[in-house]
Design a protein around this ligand. Structure first.
Ligand SMILES: *Cc1c(COP(=O)(O)O)cnc(C)c1O
Length: 386
């Protein structure tokens, strides 16, 4: 990107230009991939002029990616990871060393498993709070000793919404770091740093990657912040660093993120309209619906309601599982955020400890034509009413 952009660039422009520049050596417009694991050092052993030393600590493709991620999230620093799980663990560990860690009632099951299984092994003090109800968070903050509040909004699996501005103010008043998992919304729809969070966590595997062909993660925040520095140090120590190819692929995908999100939102709205009127469906969970308990907050803090939809089948578990075997465009697979639509029976994917209702199906609505997606769901639901 031009070093001194003369005006504030909009999301679509940032997505194409942030972190990218014409390669000075070759004039290549598309960025090269630098798979080198090590870099030429100075005579005294310090990193060379490029600033790079050893690939696990960072390389040209991770730096390009981090510059783009920081710009998109309105941050000034970012740390790219080999997975979203590694990114979240780095934040949890960084918090646990500073005090009590507060995690949500509802979130990605892997995040909750890390808080339940891994943090206690390190002697961490962990509590669960309902982040969708700020008054319960306030009570937990008043107990003192908290260092970190993790929030995921919209959250797995029922798209629960937490009020980032309110939580941000509460955390600031108590000197607590607020970290937001922004995987479902992406910076295109929601910018947690501008709303009061100090760190943003991503599974870039999802919408940012967007094509179901890479695993990655990131933490975005403010350059010079000791939290972000500790997160980066954890990444390098743990060896949770992303490959050059994955960073390059992700940089490429970011260019189209704003346009893909638009299509995901439009298609999800069409799917929600269809499901809401179907007799086989007991309940549709989507923050864009006025009946959703988080609708007002979502409308305030998001510029669109996203591509994730959950719904419950009136006829129960067997009917829900039957749908996943009947759709042809919605592929039965976990994960989300790709160009192709996916359907999953979340309780089966999460396993026996899952608290997800067994009549619930989660859709990741892709960027195919909305009419084809609705027709596919219509065929999937046909005759499964109660
Ligand atoms: C998938 C996911 C993660 C974990 O990311 P991986 O890239 O699979 O390790 C974390 N948070 C949310 C909200 C997710 O959807």
């Amino acid at each position: 990107m031009p070093e001194h952009a003369p005006f504030d660039l909009r999301m679509e422009t940032l997505a194409v230009h942030a972190g990218r520049r014409v390669d000075p050596g070759t004039g290549a417009v598309a960025p090269p991939i630098y798979p080198s694991s090590t870099f030429l050092r100075q005579p005294d052993g310090s990193p060379g002029e490029s600033g790079f030393g050893y690939g696990r600590e960072g390389h040209p493709n991770s730096h390009m990616l981090e510059e783009a991620l920081a710009a998109l999230e309105q941050g000034t620093g970012a740390v790219a990871f080999a997975s979203g799980s590694a990114a979240m663990l780095a934040v949890l560990e960084t918090g646990a060393r500073r005090g009590r860690v507060m995690v949500p009632q509802a979130a990605y099951h892997g995040t909750l498993a890390q808080a339940k299984e891994l943090l206690p092994r390190w002697g961490a003090d962990v509590v669960r709070v309902d982040t969708t109800r700020p008054e319960t968070v306030e009570a937990a903050l008043d107990d003192g000793g908290a260092a970190l509040l993790v929030v995921e909004t919209p959250a797995n699996p029922a798209l629960g919404i937490s009020d980032l501005e309110t939580l941000g103010e509460m955390c600031a008043a108590h000197g607590v770091m607020l970290a937001c998992d922004n995987t479902f919304a992406t910076p295109v729809l929601q910018q947690p740093l501008a709303l009061g969070a100090g760190l943003v966590v991503h599974s870039t595997t999802k919408y940012m990657g967007g094509h179901s062909d890479l695993i990655g993660g990131a933490v975005v925040g403010h350059a010079g912040d000791s939290w972000l520095a500790d997160v980066a140090a954890f990444r390098t120590r743990a060896g949770a660093s992303p490959s050059a190819f994955d960073c390059w692929l992700l940089s490429r995908s970011l260019c189209t993120l704003p346009w893909r999100m638009r299509a995901h939102c439009d298609n999800a709205a069409a799917v929600v309209r269809f499901l809401s009127g179907h007799s086989a469906v007991a309940e549709v969970m989507y923050p864009g619906l006025e009946t959703h308990p988080g609708h007002a907050v979502a409308a305030r803090q998001m510029s669109g309601f996203g591509g994730m939809v959950a719904f419950r089948m009136a006829a129960g578990r067997e009917a829900a599982i039957a749908v996943t075997g009947r759709t042809r465009l919605f592929t039965r697979a976990t994960s989300l955020g790709g160009v192709e639509s996916l359907i999953e029976h979340r309780a089966s994917v999460e396993g026996p400890d899952s608290g997800v209702p067994d009549d619930l199906l989660r859709l990741s609505v892709g960027i195919e034509h909305a009419d084809d997606l609705v027709a596919d769901l219509a065929a999937g639901l046909d005759g499964l009413g109660r």
